[in-house]
Structure formats: structure tokens, C-alpha cells
Design a protein around this ligand. Structure first.
Ligand code: SF4
Length: 327
């Protein structure tokens, strides 16, 4: 693959949060929310990033945008390592990278009109020479996401959940970015509305040449929209592959368990549900070796001692599991 096909390349990214205790607020431990992940996103594709809540996927998204500062690692975007950028350079780069949040209600300022919510990024990046031009742009973008100009003077509480997420999408789109990180954009919506928002995002991807990192806790949500899927467990990537390959031939036991939990529409198709024992362990003191070993139905002695290497098992199908090493 040519290097220039990669729009975003993450190398050994870590994000640790200090745990402070006592009167002097001394750091006694770290929450290893993102612990050494490496992956890339090709221009124009959608990478689905999936894992249970608390696995670090949203922290990874925010760290990539430098809404959180990385503890270590590199974030290469359009030839620049974002970690090295100063405030001014970062501000310019932010125009190219936008985020859509999970809860459209909490992420929209309730005291601002839709015109101001969608127009704010246009103002910040000086993309309009007058208020009139800015409002024309806003009306255009709202039309693109299926909302008429009559909505411009209204406030977020006057909209349904699906409409609010359309406003969130419009705001992200307002500065004509090349990458959008969608952090569980449909998790708070009814299932019927989820499909509408996902279809809208797919249409916009074609029309505006967008690249997506689409974060979700459910593989069934990312199945439709993703070209490739990355599976995260307790701060680590455990598998990354082309979507079809991942759904047809999941290599990691954790991915297999997530897939077995998806209800199947065809009742004649039999699938064995893999029930995982126990809860996700704490990222403050993650299990030794393979972090999945306390819950893995196939765990061997080596699994608690040696961390499996995240490697390519052919055609860019990456996984980290000792079971695969003899294949
Ligand atoms: Fe299970 Fe061991 Fe593979 Fe981890 S390395 S997923 S514990 S078999």
C-alpha cells in the first residue's frame, strides 16, 4: 500500500490518567485507558472502532484530536505529527479534523440557535467574510443534512434526538474537514433513527470525500458503515481487519464473543453464543500477559505470562493472540 493512501497513522499511542490520593494529591497509580495502540485509516474509508464501554475507544478518539494530550506515541495526519504542533498549528489542523459526539443534546449549547451552533466553527476559522455569507453557508449545510433553513432560529430543545444529531453532523461538516471522528454518534438514538443517521453519514462521505473513524460499542452498528474494523479491549487493540474478513473469519476470541452476541435474522442459521465470564477488569491494574486471559475460554498458561504480539496474519488482518502463533 502506498504511504499516501494513509490519511491518519497512529503509532504506539498511549493515554494514561493519573490516580491521585491523599491530602497532597500524590499520584498513586495510572488508569491505562489507551495503552500502546497502532493503526491507520486510509483516505476515504471508514474504520469502525469497537469495544465494550470503558475499553478506551472514546479516549483514543479524543487523544487523536488532541482534545486530550497523549502520554506517548505519534499521531500522523497529512504528513504532520499532531503531537508536535503548537497551538496555532493545531488550530489550523483542527479545521481538517472534526468530531461528532454521542449525546447530541449534551454536545449542543442549549442557549445558542442552530444558526450559531453550526456557524460557530465557520466564525472560528474565518471562513465567511460577513454574517450574511456565514448564514448562507449554514443554510446550505443544514439543507445537506436534511434540515430546512426555517430551523436556523430555533434552539436544540425544539428538535428530536435524530434531528439534533443531524445538527451535530452539520456542525462537523461546516468547515469542510477531511476526517470526522464519530464517537458513538447513534448510540443514544432509537434503532429506526440510527439507520437514518448512518445512511446520511454514508451519503455525506461520498459527496464530501470524508474519512471516518466511527466509534461504537456494538459490532452490528459498525457493520453497515465500515470498510475495516478495529476491536479494542482494555486499552489495547486485539484485532484489525477488513470488515468482511473480520465478520467471516474473526481470529481473536474476544472478537468471536462480540460477534456471537449479535442477533441473527435467519432462524435456520445456528450460531453458538459465547458468554464471557466476569466483568472487564480495571485499567488501573490490568491483567498480566494477554489482558483478556481472565475471561478467555481458550486461555493457556502462557496467556497470563506473556503479552501476545499484535501481528499481521495476512492481507492486513492483524490480531494479538497466542493461539494464532502456531498457525
Ligand atoms: Fe485467549 Fe490466550 Fe488468545 Fe488471550 S492470548 S485471547 S487469553 S488464547
Amino acid at each position: 500500500m502506498a504511504e499516501d493512501e494513509k490519511l491518519l497513522e497512529i503509532k504506539n499511542l498511549k493515554k494514561y490518567f493519573p490516580v491521585k490520593e491523599g491530602v497532597f494529591r500524590r499520584t498513586v497509580a495510572h488508569v491505562k485507558a489507551v495503552d500502546d495502540i497502532t493503526f491507520h485509516i486510509k483516505k476515504g474509508e471508514t474504520l469502525g472502532l469497537v469495544g465494550e464501554s470503558g475499553c478506551g475507544k472514546s479516549t483514543a478518539g479524543r487523544t487523536i484530536l488532541r482534545l486530550l494530550e497523549a502520554t506517548a506515541g505519534e499521531i500522523w495526519f497529512e504528513g504532520k505529527n499532531l503531537v508536535d504542533l503548537d497551538k496555532k498549528e493545531l488550530r489550523e489542523m483542527r479545521k481538517e479534523m472534526q468530531i461528532i459526539f454521542q449525546d447530541p443534546y449534551a454536545s449542543l449549547n442549549p442557549r445558542m440557535t442552530v444558526a450559531d451552533i453550526v456557524g460557530e466553527p465557520i466564525d472560528i476559522h474565518n471562513l465567511a467574510s460577513s454574517k450574511k455569507e456565514r448564514n448562507e453557508k449554514v443554510a446550505d449545510i443544514l439543507d445537506t443534512v436534511g434540515l430546512g433553513p426555517e430551523y436556523m432560529k430555533r434552539y436544540p430543545h425544539e428538535f428530536s434526538g435524530g434531528q439534533r444529531q443531524r445538527i451535530g453532523v452539520a456542525r462537523a461538516l461546516a468547515v469542510d474537514p477531511s476526517l470526522i471522528i464519530a464517537d458513538e454518534p447513534v448510540s443514544a438514538l432509537d434503532v429506526s433513527i440510527q439507520a437514518q443517521v448512518i445512511n446520511l453519514m454514508q451519503d455525506l462521505q461520498k459527496d464530501f470525500d470524508l474519512t471516518y473513524l466511527f466509534i461504537a460499542h456494538d459490532l452490528s452498528v459498525v457493520k453497515h458503515i465500515s470498510d475495516r474494523v478495529a476491536v479494542m479491549y482494555l486499552g489495547k487493540l486485539v484485532e484489525v481487519a477488513d470488515k468482511k474478513e473480520l465478520f467471516d473469519d474473526p481470529k481473536h476470541p474476544y472478537t468471536q464473543s462480540l460477534l456471537s452476541a449479535i442477533p441473527v435474522a435467519d432462524p435456520t442459521y445456528e450460531t453458538e453464543r459465547i458468554i464471557l465470564e466476569g466483568d472487564v477488569p480495571s485499567p488501573v491494574d490490568p491483567p498480566s500477559g494477554c489482558r483478556f486471559h481472565p475471561r478467555c475460554p481458550y486461555a493457556m498458561d502462557i496467556c497470563s505470562e506473556v503479552e501476545p504480539e499484535f501481528k499481521d496474519y495476512g492481507d492486513e488482518h492483524f490480531a494479538a493472540c497466542h493461539l494464532l502463533e502456531d498457525e
